[in-house]
Design a protein around this ligand. Structure first.
Ligand code: NAP
Length: 490
């Protein structure tokens, strides 16, 4: 169906393997829906392990030539891809909103943020250097080489269908690796559009492949177990990440896991409340709460609790819910029925255990998978929304009385992705910043994501980092080259 793209070829209904737009070997397909309207957007190939093997073989064949290019040549291809992504940003954003539901300005933000990783790694490609070590033996020279890991399997979720791909693929290609991508079932169209632009950018056949599937497990398992895949980079739930880690152990693959979060947001009594409310709104309701770094537990010090709740609820009243393509909409639908059911279950559990509903608390009158922006107070650690990733527009507020209690509550989770806190006390910024067991901590800000920072978690939130000067290491092996028998100068 037409969704109003200026460049209609960006809406692809075939997978991309070895430079060809192909159907599944068994010719099966599945439908991709718009979550705001339930319209069918496209039918794409429903691929299985056999198709995944075809893509892996293509990536294996393409590897020697791609990694043999000079860093500058790879950089130029990535730069051409970046230029095309930014040139087509409006179309890519419309496609993203259509399959995922987030408001159009947020979708455009994701496209540009995703593109910034391509630009960054196009530059980093030229800065992969090695080392010359001081040898213990006078007749030896010891060098450290950085070499491409090999074929990479990339498995991505539906909540950031475009930027989760560019964050993995651009450092992989910059390092000289080739890639097989398996996008999420709900959002394969953004991945296919990126592949279309990669083809136009002159990225050679087999270097980047996209395998679409309606049930991730089969293709995912092939990527995790096939010996030709030397690196698995996964973004998604902690449960699936653990499974893939087990599967990848069989061939001792290098792995990166970007998994679930349970972000605390601490507001101390000396905080600038305007800043804290604005940041809490942003980091709670972005993408309708379906972001791994979304605020999951809002913790507010006793003495300012009521004032914070009043101001926060007033800000929530300003949120417009609707189809993400409509002007002024700030919150779209949830991705699917399963997501809606999870949010409802968590709210019912919290209310049943004594939480008070300050705003929302029910499905939205728009029907479908729309849910009301919701504020709960009196949330405690016994409630499921304290320990589970909510992944919806529900803000549960917890009271605390002291700094120690706040940090203890914040760390009381197996997750460790992002954390935020607001205070104007410099000593506390250091103490709390160091005390929070998280991969990323924002003090007096909710915004830190960009291509320049190392994104990733600790504990059960993951392994490895994406973005920044550290991100390319995930796709490189460190190799020793020792040259012996060097006679002294006579
Ligand atoms: P998910 O269910 O784990 O799915 C993620 C990807 O894995 C999808 O492509 C999915 O395919 C595939 N998959 C599902 N089961 C699999 C299996 N048994 N073997 C191999 N692959 C499998 O996660 P999601 O619901 O899409 O995404 C939300 C989760 O991602 C949240 O927990 C969120 O916090 C996390 N996330 C983390 C980050 C981060 O950077 N840390 C960023 C974004 C999201 P299908 O779609 O076909 O099932």
């Amino acid at each position: 169906m037409s969704i109003g793209l200026a460049d209609t070829t960006l809406l692809r209904n075939a997978a991309y393997i070895d430079g060809h737009w192909v159907q599944a070997a068994k010719e099966k397909t599945f439908q991709v829906h718009n979550p705001a309207t339930s319209d069918v957007l496209a039918n794409v190939p429903d691929m299985d392990a056999e198709d995944a093997r075809r893509a892996i073989q293509a990536a294996e064949r393409a590897l020697p030539e791609w990694r043999a290019l000079s860093a500058k040549q790879r950089s130029q291809k990535l730069r051409a891809w970046y230029d095309l992504i930014t040139e087509h940003a409006d179309d890519l954003a419309l496609l993203l909103t259509s399959e995922q539901g987030k408001p159009l300005p947020e979708a455009k933000g994701e496209i540009l943020s995703g593109a910034s990783f391509v630009e960054w790694f196009a530059e980093e490609a030229k800065r992969i250097d090695g080392d010359l070590l001081p040898s213990q033996a006078p007749d030896r020279r010891e060098l450290v080489l950085k070499q491409a890991v090999g074929v990479v399997g990339a498995i991505t979720p539906w909540n950031f269908p475009s930027s989760m791909i560019t964050r993995k693929v651009s450092p992989a290609l910059a390092a000289g690796c080739t890639v097989v991508i398996k996008p999420a079932e709900d959002t394969p169209l953004s991945a296919l559009a990126l592949a279309d632009l990669a083809e136009r950018a002159g990225i050679p056949a087999g270097v980047l492949n996209v395998v679409t599937a309606s049930h991730g497990a089969e293709v995912g398992t092939e990527l995790a177990t096939n010996p030709a895949v030397r690196k698995l980079s996964f973004t998604g739930s902690t449960a699936v990440g653990k499974l893939l880690m087990e599967q990848a152990a069989g061939t001792v693959k290098k792995i990166s896991l970007e998994l679930g979060g349970n972000a605390p947001f601490l507001v101390f009594e000396d905080a600038d409340l305007d800043q804290a409310v604005a940041a809490a709104m942003q980091m709670k309701f972005i993408n309708a709460g379906q972001t791994c770094i979304c605020v999951n537990r809002l913790m507010v010090q006793d003495t300012i609790h009521d004032e914070f709740v009043e101001r926060f609820a007033a800000a929530v009243d300003q949120l417009t819910v609707g189809n993400g393509t409509e002007m002024g909409v700030k919150q779209g639908p949830l991705i699917n029925r399963k997501g809606l059911d999870k949010v409802e279950t968590l709210v019912t559990d919290a209310v049943g255990k004594g939480a008070q509903v300050v705003r929302g608390g029910e499905r939205h009158a728009l029907g479908g998978t729309f849910y009301q922006p919701t504020v709960l107070t009196g949330v405690t650690p016994t409630m499921a929304c304290f320990s589970n990733e909510i992944f919806g527009p529900v803000a549960g507020i917890i009271r605390f009385s002291s700094e120690q209690e706040a940090v203890r509550l914040a760390n009381d989770t197996p997750y460790g992705l992002a954390a935020y806190f607001f205070t104007r006390d410099m000593g506390r910024i250091w103490r709390v910043g160091e005390g929070l067991e998280y991969g990323m901590v924002g003090a007096n800000t909710g915004r830190f994501v960009s291509e320049t920072i190392p994104f990733g978690g600790v504990k059960e939130s993951g392994i490895g980092r994406e973005g920044s000067k550290y991100g390319i290491d995930e796709f490189l092996e460190t190799k020793l080259l020792c040259i012996g028998g060097i006679e002294p100068l006579g």
